[in-house]
Design a protein around this ligand. Sequence first.
Ligand SMILES: C[S@@+](CC[C@H](N)C(=O)[O-])C[C@H]1O[C@@H](n2cnc3c(N)ncnc32)[C@H](O)[C@@H]1O
Ligand code: SF4
Length: 453
Amino acid sequence: MQTIKWDPTLISKYNINGPRYTSYPTALSLSTDFDQGLIQGAISQSPDELSLYLHIPFCHKLCYYCGCNKVITRHQHKADTYLDALAEEMALFAPLLDSKRINQLHLGGGTPTFLTEVQLSRLMALLHKFFTINADAEISIEIDPRSCSDGKLRHLSTLGFNRVSFGVQDLDEKVQIAINRVQDTDLIRHQVQLSRELGFSSINLDLIYGLPFQQPASFAKTVDEIIRLNPHRISLFSYAHIPDRFAAQRKIDDSSLPDAPRKLELMQLAINRFVAAGYQFIGMDHFARPDDTLAKAQQAGKLQRNFQGYTTAGQDALIGLGVSSISQVSGVLWQNSKELPAYYAAINAGNLPVERGFSLNGDDKIRAALISQLICHFELDIEGFSQQWHLASFWHYFAEALEQLQPFMEDGLVEVYDGRINVTASGRLWVRSICACFDAYLTQGQQRYSKVV
Ligand SMILES: C[S@@+](CC[C@H](N)C(=O)[O-])C[C@H]1O[C@@H](n2cnc3c(N)ncnc32)[C@H](O)[C@@H]1O
Ligand code: SF4
């Protein structure tokens, strides 16, 4: 990889509020004025193999930084009620997926390991009852180490889970206290080790930079400890601080947060150390060992992006079940109700709990393909792209976007030569802002996105 130029003066120019482009258009474009009849047609046109995402919203304790859709509770029986509803939702979807196979299954949250072993067994039995899951499917789960025992980890392995992702965030005690998430490094170390012994084929660890009281020296210790744990993948999220949207974030004192130059410094040290330790910088917020499937997919030009971030499959072929889940299939996006009462009300009435959606038009599909290519592979073959999408003149079609791209070119973040658009190594840090030039919807509700860095 070329060397990255860490220029803090670029912050004032490019640190916009912008999407992470897990879809294009983003979820903010989904509308209640959506014809649910489109779902069946979209699934029937989809490939034979689909990815399935299942949202488990419950957590035992609130982390103040959290931007996920979650319900904090100590009442374990709430998960039984939720599984009853999920069973109904699966039954509604099963006929639509009759001829399809599932090649990726992901349990996210909230905290899927909030479920007891019995509840996890019931959930997997339901999934096998209603859907055809490939014998070699990737079956993954997000784990809060505090909610997972050795027994539960073993149980996950016997249920067929083969990939695990642990939420770490930061190992420094002062940061952990400020975010209301104190967790012991030994516990994480132990669970990673046990996961390895149990034969999980992929272990991912989540970190966040930009949290309160994060300092380069202490964050470097966290990063070095993560490297010692030697996971297959690392997610390094930029802290999305949007207290107007996420009430719990108001418990974080703004003055304790690192400013943008400090955030860039934290990101810089993490990227430098992970790359020096042999990780491939996939892009934006992901690192993978070069022999990991994510890194290989990128090397082969086949990396994809969907609501779970970078992925090896499931772009435009993802069904989401459970409260707040988003699906995207054959150019149609839809999202379930974000609140449990509305979700339960729809299910009890025998309806799909879909609340809003969006059907991509021709222009959306072209822009979606371009943004996906840039964010996954950082380069675009203009001629090939134009042929694929029947563009008479790429330059004319994207005249406005290319004008917006001009400053990025002047700053050496993007190069256009030999019929290619190339995001340089330094430009990779700003790829969200670069993609935003091609976004036809961005002026609407931009403040609802987090800062790029
Ligand atoms: C659903 S949680 C992972 C599973 C489990 N609930 C846990 O916390 O360990 C998903 C991940 O999103 C990230 N995350 C949550 N809120 C965030 C925010 N405001 N900004 C950036 N990343 C965030 C955290 O890294 C977290 O591990
Ligand atoms: S970060 Fe994870 S455990 Fe913490 S509140 Fe969010 S979803 Fe729950």
